[in-house]
Design a protein around this ligand. Sequence first.
Ligand code: AP5
Ligand code: MG
Length: 246
Amino acid sequence: MNIVFLGPPGAGKGTQAQALAQRHGMIQLSTGEMLRSAVRAETDVGLRAKAIMEKGKLVPDAIVVDIIATRLLEPDCAGGFILDGFPRTLAQAAVLDTLLERLHKSLDAVIEIKVDDDALIDRLSGRFSCAKCGIGYHDRYRQPKTAGVCDVCGSKEFARRADDIPETLKSRLMAYYRETAPLIGYYFAQGKLRSLDGMAPIDEVQLQIERYCQALRLEQHQGHGEAGADQDPAGRAKSQPKARCI
Ligand code: AP5
Ligand code: MG
């Protein structure tokens, strides 16, 4: 499956993309993570993107398109990918369509996670992640099982994002409504849009996505005969593949 997650900052795109990638052995392609890693490494792209991201504005299309175009060519994307934070403008969406056509791939679905604006500030102000493996947490909604220790890798170091401050959130939200929200109509017109209630707790949103993906897989298997050997009759993966990010 090839899927796009769409939604405002803090909607839960990264949280759900990480979980879906883990369950289905897909690749999570987060342009935000790729850009933050370029900023940390002080590459040319990172140096150009840093100030723009700190202001909560969108990095120019040419930069992110270039990053994604290169990444999609890598062999690990062949088993399915989740685009988390891309595309974010109509121009990026048009380029993505062309790129996928050239690679003989297509998007199976665009999942819009709908969340009220008031909840976004609450989510972003409490967000932190493991500094080692990147898994996401929240001060109230998703705490590590043992306080101060990452559930996944056992690290005791955590990080908060520089752009998770109220001043920046306003411009990130404005960028979303002005430049990204038009993609809802774009993908609706393509018959690929699926909107979910992102106000529900994390596990419930996960369940909504899982049910939808199961239905998608079933449709695909009906087109190709029986469920694959790596799946049970309901289409669930028998083994637990490892999460892969970027
Ligand atoms: P990016 O990293 O993509 O940030 P974003 O879109 O602002 O989204 P976030 O990562 O903040 O939110 P999320 O939806 O992933 O929420 P999360 O799952 O973490 O982009 C950063 C910047 O990079 C941009 O501003 C831009 O400058 C640049 N950029 C990136 N891509 C670009 C592109 N394509 N074009 C141009 N520029 C680009 O959840 C948030 C918190 O809430 C977590 O703590 C989580 O635990 C909690 N949570 C999640 N779901 C729930 C729930 N259901 N209930 C309660 N809490 C929840
Ligand atoms: Mg994210």
